[in-house]
Structures are given as C-alpha cells and as structure tokens.
Write a protein that binds this ligand. Structure first.
Ligand code: CA
Length: 411
C-alpha cells in the first residue's frame, strides 16, 4: 500500500497522517510542519518543494499550522490527497524519502498560534454528574442544557502542548462551611478529558456557519486536558461561569488528526428527541450533526483510571460550531473549541477526578496503592485516544500529557 516500511495496521499509518510542528536538534529555532507516518515525521514543506508541489509550500512552511488552517477546506483536501500519493506511489520515493525524519529525533511544539478558545459542555453524563455534586438540591441538568450547547470563552494564551509542566495555581476558595474566603494553592486540582477542534477558513462578522457547513471549518482534532481547580471554580463561577479556575493552563496533544482521517469514525448522535433542538441546530442534509466514535483513555502515574467514550456525547461538534456563530460572531483560523469533559454512563468512563471520586467522597486507588481524589504535586496525567480508521484499521490520536509542579513561592 505504501513504499514506506509501515505496517498496514500501524496506528499512525497512511489512513491517519496527523500534522504537527517540530524542530530538530540541528535547527532548534526552525519550526516546521511535520506529518507523522509510522514512526517517521515528514518535513512537509521540504517534501512539497522536492516533489514539484510548489503551490502547497506556503501553507506548509510553518512556524505554526495557522497558514494551513487559513488556506481552507480545499487546500486541506488537496494536501491530504498529495500526501497519500507521494507516500504510496514509488515514483515519488526518491524525492520524498530524504525528508523523512525519525520521530525520536524531533521535538514537538504547540501546533498552532491559538486565536480564540471556547470550551463547551456537551456530555449529558458529565453535566448531570457535576450538577448532582455541585447542586444536589437542584435538577441535575440546567434547564437550557438540551436546548443549546453550553459553552464559555476560555484563555487562548495559556493553551500549551503535551509535555508542558503545569504549576499548581493559587486563588481564592471558600467552602460552604468556611466563614470567609482564603487564598492559597488549589487543593482540588483536577483534569477534564476532552477533544478539541481546530478551526480554519475564516468567516466575517455577521456570517453564520450552518450545521451542514461546519465540517468545512473543522481542520482537525486534538486530545485536550482542561486542567481545572475545583475549589477556585466553585467559589467564583456564579453568575458568569468559569474564570481563574480554568485559565491557568489547558494542554493539547502535539499531533492534530485531520477530520478527514475520522470519516470512518463518524456515527449518529445518541439522540435529541426530547426536546428536538431549534432548526439552526439541526442538519438539513441529515448527516451534518455527526458524532464520533473515539475512545479515550486516562492514566494517572501509569494507572489507567478511566475510559471516556466520545460516542456518548450529546451535542455534535458541528452543532457547537453552528451555535458559536449563530449570533454572527466570526471565526478565525486558529480558533480552538473544546467538547467539554467526556463522561460515559459508567463510573470507569468518567472524564474528571471530580466525578471519579464523586466530589472527593470516593477516592480511587492507583497501582502503587496510593489513593487520589484530586491531583498531587508530581502527578503525571496522560490521555490517549483512538478511533476506527479506513479499511478496518485503528488510528491513534496521539497523547496529551502533563505533570503537576508545586506552586511557585510567593514573592
Ligand atoms: Ca472543560
């Protein structure tokens, strides 16, 4: 199938081809677009130049994926088709092979300059769990939850690439029984296992993107960890939503899986009959509001603690994008939006420690015998994900990892 020595069932085989930004030890300042195939990284712009594909060079020249995101759906499709051709047709081997670099010899970087960042709340299992834990005397789901994909604007400038250490944030907290708020390092530092969608193909203010057009603006998918300080969040979030409990850091995977690589993972949503969403949140074609069969795995210090199934998510990424633009808010190349925590109906499918430990009441045990409700300094969280690929293969979405470092001393 390919002139490369890559097994047909490799999780980064020819049906995957994720994009990232890399440097080499020889040129540590030159950030370039790389395409992963097997355990190799293709220097995409150099290969395009060598294979007489000059038109593709500007969008692939880095130092971020933003030029490619800006180039739009037509360019994404053409580039992907070109990559498949040059990596399979032996006629291109001589030109392309010198531009393949062993994965172990590259350093990966944040794949894009993030424009705007929005985070949604699209799992009904997660929203119900949080409602029961935070608001035990109220209905588990907010009254608006099944009418619109709830979201908030997050902090674009603190999105970091996998492998970046996370310093424990400080802030205000006040428990229900505390007489007054106190300031200090967060004592309920948590994770949220999510997928993030990279947006390309800008729109102008006043323009809407329909559910059926949304996929034309979704370049690809990353695994996203929305680090969350639950104590800071609980005290600050009414009435304007998440703020400093979230904005200190959000981690994303280094490799961006093209949405096109997830064609075989598209599935129907679990169901939106009660109530039926307003027309602007529906697909006229019937297929625009798709779900994704992506399986996530969350590990803490090497112990797998959860298997969140993205297939259970209530809202489609296409509905989220349609909702995000229905008021005329424009899209920029480099926008990211998160899905919200992925939680399935079972305990071992919960995508946050808040849920896994049920608000700290039911600590869980790691392989070394220690227990956790929230993160301790030195803890490393790694999330991986996979999806069905074309031809019965299984494709990997890579991983997002981060280690908690102690709060910096006060000046
Ligand atoms: Ca979140």
């Amino acid at each position: 199938m390919t002139w490369l020595d890559v097994a047909a069932d490799h999780p980064f085989g020819i049906t995957n081809l994720p994009y990232g930004i890399f440097t080499t030890a020889a040129e540590p300042e030159r950030r370039r677009v790389g395409v992963r195939v097997g355990d190799l990284v293709l220097d995409a712009a150099a290969a395009a130049h060598a294979a007489d594909c000059e038109y593709a060079v500007p969008a692939l020249s880095g130092p971020t994926l933003n030029p490619l995101l800006a180039a739009g759906k037509g360019a994404w499709d053409a580039t992907r088709a070109w990559l498949v051709t040059v990596l399979t047709d032996p006629a291109y081997r001589e030109a392309v092979e010198p531009h393949l670099i062993p994965l172990a010899e590259v350093t990966m970087h944040l794949p894009l300059e993030v424009a705007d960042y929005v985070d949604f709340y699209a799992s009904d299992n997660h929203a119900m769990n949080v409602g029961k834990i935070f608001r035990p005397d109220s209905p588990a789901l907010p009254v608006n939850w099944k009418h619109l994909p709830i979201g908030y604007h997050g902090r674009a400038g603190t999105i970091v690439v996998s492998g970046t250490d996370i310093v424990r944030p400080s802030g205000q907290r006040k428990g229900p029984q505390d007489p007054a708020p106190v300031y200090g390092p967060s004592i309920r530092l948590d994770i949220e296992a999510e997928l993030g969608y990279l947006v390309g193909g800008a729109t102008t203010m006043g323009e809407r993107v329909s559910v059926d057009e949304a996929a034309d603006h979704i370049f690809g998918v990353v695994i996203l960890n929305d680090w969350s300080a639950r104590d800071i969040q609980a005290w600050e979030y009414v009435p304007l939503g998440p703020f400093l409990g979230k904005s200190f850091a959000t981690s994303i995977s280094a490799w961006v899986t093209p949405l096109a690589a997830l064609d075989a993972a598209r599935i129907a949503l679990p169901g939106q009959d009660d109530p039926v969403p307003l027309p602007y949140l529906q697909s006229a074609s019937g297929t625009g509001a798709f779900g994704l069969d992506v399986q996530v795995e969350v590990s803490l210090n090497g112990t797998v603690v959860s298997h969140p199934p993205y297939s259970t998510m209530y809202w489609s990424p296409a509905q989220m994008l349609a909702h995000m633009t229905v008021n005329g808010a424009s899209l920029r190349a480099g926008d990211i939006y998160g899905s919200g925590t992925i939680s399935g109906p079972e305990r071992e499918q919960r995508g946050s420690f808040l849920e896994l430990s049920w608000g700290g009441q039911e600590p869980f045990t790691l392989a070394d015998g220690s227990t956790r409700s929230y993160l301790e300094d030195g803890d490393t969280v790694t999330m991986t994900a996979w999806a069905p690929g074309a031809d019965g293969t299984r494709i990997s979405l890579g991983e997002v990892s981060g280690t908690i470092r102690p709060t910096a001393p006060e000046a």
